[in-house]
Design a protein around this ligand. Sequence first.
Ligand code: DAH
Length: 366
Amino acid sequence: MEDLQNIQSRVMQAISDASDLAELDQVRVSALGKKGEVSLLMRTLGSMSPDERKKFGPRLNTLKDELNKAVLLRREALETELLNTRLASETLDVTLPPLSRPMGSIHPVSQVFAEVTAIFADMGFVTATGPDIETDFYNFTALNFPPKHPARDMHDTFFFEPKEDGTRKLLRTHTSPVQIRTLQAAARQAEKSGSELDPIRIIAPGRTYRCDSDQTHTPMFHQVEGLVIDKTTHMGHLKGCLQDFISAFFERDVSSRFRPHHFPFTEPSAEMDIGYERKGDEILIGQGEQWMEILGCGMVHPEVLRLSGVDPDIYQGFAFGVGIDRLAMLKYGIPDLRDFFACDQRWLQHYGFSPINQPNLATGLS
Ligand code: DAH
């Protein structure tokens, strides 16, 4: 009996002295485990006389129960302690400044697309799109390129393998095919509803492809096409519209001139030049003695209208096409076009734009 008393106080002490869960478990195993002190005593019950067993049995059981209970309580206490230290060490100070995270930037091409779209949207243009993979018909024939016309070669077209019937697809060399798709859709709609052609005022931004590569040419580049068709739009509208566009885009007064040119899909055709001057290494767009070609334009050729099902005796209008990458290089002083598509983080950090400021005419384009 005295031994039991000793065991009880010793183990109880060890339990309350255990400073962590592992230590507590050691104490438990050495007393109550299979080969533990108390378990071994339990085994001696079998060899006792019935009287002794009557005396010791309940006492031993009580001891076991009490030790088990003490272990359980101590374990709970230790676990609570552990949780509290964790909670204390993991508190958040919400008054600390936020961690800075790397933020991506808007690519100059995306920026210029957004700027151009904002300007033309303000003039009532909507955005149209077409596929990058085109047919010869949309890219050339419907735009009034004669079958063996050298302009087809001039475009340095990427062709796909010809199909069995001899036709072959190609990567569009310009965004002008979207003109055709837009005219056709408008003509179909007019025919279906039996009414006049709805006036067309679209821009078509997108990727274009030519087999070409140097400092100012890449095999993939970007253009915006414009198309205005109604009954009265004339060359004066074209000039005013493009003059307004260029000044809005460069965010200053830009002098311009329209020089006669040739495109199969417009008549008359022109190239628009803008004034600039060179100051050292810099090109200052706006005024100045020098002229630089900036875009192609003209009145849509009657044959183009006819081929798309629009009556050129009733409807007329203008079209233009402008290189987006070139606009970006000029406005933001970027010297080499090939860097646009090199995916160099440092270049993007330097020439990219904040994703938070979207270009608009109210608060400024750039
Ligand atoms: N498609 C021409 C090119 O890529 C650009 C162009 C010129 C488009 C005159 C037009 C236009 O719509 O009227 O070189």
